[in-house]
Design a protein around this ligand. Structure first.
Ligand code: SF4
Ligand code: SF4
Ligand code: FES
Length: 221
């Protein structure tokens, strides 16, 4: 077993476990976008960054691709992590503002403005669709094509190959397609349609479920 410390808690994890998984087993929630437990980790979105302490120095790393190691000291929501995560989320929203997944994350993190120019590409480049197609459907219907600003998901040679099984999985798993925000009233890059309307309030026994509970709070059973 591997022994590490996450947010001050001693954690034991099996060899081969990622820091994201080790934290999850302890109930420590780290936000993710491009991660899916059924697919290989890809490390594309960087939403899952954590601070890895090494003596007086520290480094930000993506927890979904970071293997848990003996003696690691990890902070999942230090001020440095929170600040960097907000900038990453701003960048993601600037390229895909109509994803409800991203807009919900913005509300939960208290983002109130996107400072980057909105260039709606309707894709976060998370790669979930491409990995789903390859790993779950054993198909090669879609791939990443192009580089830099031109990078996008497309069928090879622009034609959907016969091996596409029309399973719809690529759409189902996509944070831009399956959870599209249609409110069409972006203000400073943020949606005011639903969750963002109301400031998130928490109840007295808050366990950070991220539901907005209003003035009455949750019932305690
Ligand atoms: S619909 Fe086609 S391209 Fe999409 S995941 Fe299924 S097989 Fe792949
Ligand atoms: S199309 Fe959707 S699932 Fe595929 S990379 Fe873009 S955002 Fe991710
Ligand atoms: S969830 Fe780890 S980089 Fe996307």
């Amino acid at each position: 077993m591997i022994e590490l410390t996450i947010d001050g808690l001693p954690v034991r994890a099996e060899k081969g476990t990622s820091v994201l998984e080790a934290a999850g087993e302890m109930g420590i929630r780290i936000p993710t976008l491009c991660h899916d437990p059924g697919l290989r980790p890809y490390g594309a979105c960087r939403m899952c960054i954590v601070e890895v302490k090494r003596g007086n120095r520290s480094k930000l790393e993506a927890s979904c691709t970071l293997p848990a190691q003996n003696g690691q000291v990890i902070l999942t929501s230090s001020p440095r992590v929170q600040k960097a995560r907000k900038v990453i989320l701003e960048l993601l929203i600037s390229s895909c503002p109509n994803s409800k997944t991203l807009q919900d994350m913005a509300a939960n993190m208290g983002l109130n403005k996107i400072r980057f120019k909105i260039k709606d590409k309707n894709c976060t480049l998370c790669g979930l669709c491409v990995r789903y197609c390859k790993e779950q459907m054993a198909s090669g219907g879609i791939w990443f094509v192009g580089r830099g600003n031109q990078r996008r998901v497309a069928p090879a040679f622009g034609v959907m190959p016969e091996e596409c099984r029309n399973c719809g999985g690529c759409e189902f798993i996509c944070p831009a397609c399956s959870r599209a925000c249609n409110a069409d009233n972006l203000k400073d890059g943020l949606c005011g349609g639903c969750l963002n309307c109301v400031p998130v309030e928490t109840c007295a026994i808050c366990v950070r479920c991220s539901e907005s509970v209003g003035s009455t709070g949750h019932k305690v059973f």
